[in-house]
Design a protein around this ligand. Structure first.
Ligand code: XMP
Length: 427
């Protein structure tokens, strides 16, 4: 394995993905990790990434492990410690070559990290961990929780129960699709909870975005706990935590799971042992595992969708009428993006209801109706984003369809702001 010692910035992840794409397993650890931890990992090579500003623990160089540094600001690594350092601020094919030369020539590694093998090994490990125990999994319909659930189901079958909470903030047809998919295709134990009214009632009159998020997250936990308490003998909680979540929460020393990345934030204080089969995987690897397990392409390549769902896309107070509008507009947007063949290249695309109304004209009569906003972005990991340059004729078609097919809408606008300074979601 290769150890990437991260001195900050995003490049450690890019390097990590390049190493994994080259079929070599790697882990990213913070630069100040203890020497014992490094020894425990027993890496065949070390890559320093980020800007090495502080002193490096010199004991690392006594371990006799091959090392390189990436990044032009890391000259000190070479001057002080004799580590070979390469160029660049941006990651190009050259970077890939440098990394490949390091892996296969200097460290003498062979490509071995393979997702088929991962699936077999993971099923074995889950069987060992859970044995005859019973597990529960919260499904959101998202890629990570779906792949984790199917993988665990392969290992323990009917001893896994999945809970899917329909909070009424999902996209058009989504609840039905999730249900059909898990029940019919994978024959899994699935409890679907229709909590739509309950969430709407809780959200009545609430306009503050953070308060909305908090209510949705808390209510989700309540519903999940209620369902779980009806089941007997559950000892394990399956989570779709993936490697970027692990890195963000400080590497594998720190088992805290960021609630942002979970299904609305599952209970943290329950007495379950966690089963997190995807903890080692990057998103593209999770997708590959999903495909190997027979999950259909459209589910595996599903765009990210926030836990609070349409709740953060209806700005201000959430009402059923507003949800219906945003849901229909979003459906048309997705349909046309797919028809235009742009669904793979655009990272995320969705409709927002900003809650403003404006004057329009329809069949010679004045209207006073809602404006729908469209947001589509290119991104790699959601940390930064560029607005997507959708062809104007596609935008025109989408706009025409929305104002013609969605009631109470007479205007469509397109968001042309990058992140930063805007965020991807509007709330
Ligand atoms: P922002 O809006 O922060 O979004 O630029 C970055 C990415 O995260 C998603 N997102 C969320 N995901 N719970 C989630 O699970 C949330 O509360 C949440 N808020 C934003 C967003 O869709 C984008 O992919």
């Amino acid at each position: 394995m290769i150890l990437i010692l991260d001195f900050g910035g995003k490049c450690s992840r890019i390097v990590g993905r390049i190493v994994r794409e080259s079929k070599v397993y790697c882990e990213i650890l913070p630069h100040n990790v203890s020497i014992d931890r490094i020894k425990e990992k027993n890496p065949q090579g070390i890559i320093f990434t980020g800007e090495v500003k502080e002193e490096v623990n010199e004991e690392i160089f006594d371990l006799g492990i091959k090392a390189i540094g990436l990044g032009s600001k890391n000259k000190a690594l070479n001057e002080k410690y004799g580590v070979k350092v390469y160029e660049n601020e941006t990651y190009t094919d050259d970077t890939k070559k440098i990394i490949n030369d390091f892996l296969f020539e200097e460290c003498n590694l062979k490509p071995y990290w393979d997702m088929k093998e991962f699936v077999d090994r993971s099923i074995k490990e889950i069987k060992e961990q859970v044995g005859d125990g019973k597990a529960i999994c919260g499904l959101s319909g998202g890629v990570d929780s779906s792949v984790a659930a199917v993988l665990v189901h392969e290992a323990i079958g009917d001893n896994l129960t999945c809970v899917f909470v329909d909070h009424g903030l999902l996209r058009k047809n989504e609840a039905e699709e999730v249900e059909t998919f898990f029940r019919e295709k994978f024959n899994m134990n699935l409890i679907k909870v229709d909590a739509r009214e309950r969430f709407l009632n809780k959200l009545k009159g609430i306009t503050d975005p953070e308060q909305k998020r908090k209510i949705i997250g808390e209510e989700f936990i309540r519903v999940f706990e209620e369902e779980q308490s009806k089941l007997e003998g559950i000892g394990y909680l399956v989570q779709g935590t993936i490697y970027p979540d692990v890195i963000e929460s400080g590497g594998d020393e720190n088992q805290v799971v960021k609630s942002h990345h979970n299904v609305g934030g599952l209970p943290e204080d329950v007495n379950f042992e966690l089963v997190e089969p995807l903890r080692q995987l990057f998103k593209d690897e999770v997708r590959e595992v999903g495909t190997i397990l027979g999950i259909p392409e459209e589910a595996v390549h599903r765009q990210p969708f926030p836990g609070p769902g349409l709740g953060v896309r209806v700005l201000g107070e959430i009402t059923e009428e507003k949800l219906d509008i945003v849901r229909e507009a979003d459906y048309i947007f997705r349909d046309e993006i797919k028809k235009a063949g742009l669904d793979k290249e655009i990272w995320q695309y969705f409709a927002i209801l900003p809650g403003i109304r404006s004057v329009g004209v329809s069949a010679g009569k004045r209207t006073y109706n809602y404006t729908v906003a469209l947001r589509a972005i290119y991104s790699i990991d959601g940390m930064t984003a560029q607005w997507a340059k959708i062809p104007l004729e596609v935008l025109e078609k989408i706009s025409d369809r929305i104002v013609n097919e969605v009631e109470h809408v007479n205007r469509v606008v397109y968001d042309i702001t990058n992140k930063p300074p805007a965020t991807i979601e509007w709330e």
